[in-house]
Design a protein around this ligand. Sequence first.
Ligand code: MG
Ligand code: NI
Length: 474
Amino acid sequence: MGSRIVIDPVSRIEGHAKITILLDDLGEVSDARFHVTEFRGFEKFCEGKSFREMPAITARICGICPVSHMLASAKAGDELLAVEIPEGAVRLRRLLNYGQIVQSHALSFFHLSSPDLVLGHDSDPAKRNIVGLLAAEPEIARSGIRLRQFGQEIVALLAGRRIHASWVVPGGVDEPMKAEARDHLRAGLPEALRTARHTLAWFKRTLEAHQEEARLFGNFPSLFLGLVAPDGGLEHYDGRVRIVDAHGAIVADQLPATRYSEYLGEAVEPWSYLKFPYYKPLGYPGGMYRVGPLARLNVASHCGTPEADRELAEFRQLGRGAVLSSFHYHYARLIEVLFALERVGEILDHPDLLTPDVIAHARRNRTEGVGCTEAPRGTLFHHYRVKPGGLLTWANLLIATGQNNLAMNQAVLQIARHYVQGRKLTEGMLNRVEAGIRAFDPCLSCSTHAVGRMPLRIELRGPDGAVLDELVRG
Ligand code: MG
Ligand code: NI
């Protein structure tokens, strides 16, 4: 029996969780666990609902990434209809997805993570937030807030108030894009691109000062998983699954997302409600893999846009084959923002952008469908089985945060081993554990299938299981 430290809940990440750090008889960290403690049984709740309502229903799982659920759900619906949706609808869904990526990555980087990067992990916690960032780096903070707004505008102009009634529906989208919306976004794009470039340049200049974080915040070999285009390019909406190893070598390629259950297992541990997905051929927990921005840049052969490709080439110099430090999720996120904005520009210039042909009408033709897309945080699967009438008999959601669960636990352990000294928790150590988790940008709303923000508790427990120390936030 060892000691335990518990961190519960993690502040400045989305959702609710707890961290326990266990000490052995010598007072050394023997294990660390990132628990998700809340569970609403969302998949069960979906049974009996029509697949046509599912995009709107699943959008309510999360206030942070409703668009990702809407897309994955509608894509599962496309499978049930067995239709090829119109090109115009694919274009608008992609545009919506890029808007979501920009807003979510900007939230993660500027609002949640950059206060640590700019102000330092040992700075006053009361000031280590977006307000403190505004005081220290007004230009970065202000432009970051506006960048997020641009992403939100894309979502609002397309899906509008219908995020919760769903603009994305099985078969396509509910309504074409309006010329005013296109013109408004075109006008805002240059500033957003400028911010993306400036922030990347600024972040790269700070890398030198963050060598310790890069070395210790979740820096270990693992597999990486993400969607790629048929030519291996970076892909966020469609495509097939590629898995690479820690050397960047392709382990599996062009796997159909619809057959995810053949190559991905979901392990269960008694101490967490969040499952532990793994790559089946390597077993559990050896088949640990990471998803999200870092994984996508590690699996993609190229980005496919000029500026992001230049950035990717530079990024790749951080690793030998694959970039292994989870700290570099931040860097990858910023490259993805630039990429998304370049793609937004291409889509806005498409001559057929305003086409009214945005939906394929069909009846249900299959009884099982899987929809897969890249959410800001990583690959998202929605899998439904329906009765002939279209009502769900079963659902499984495989979310990004779950897929990073093994890696997040490993990251917490690595950080705790380095920063926990003695039987006391320090503010600086707590911040680093949080920051290590935050690099993954976990969406605990999604992983717990519960709406709301997540606070964090850290508990330190001794060899006999007794709580030695505790810090609470939120
Ligand atoms: Mg599930
Ligand atoms: Ni979410």
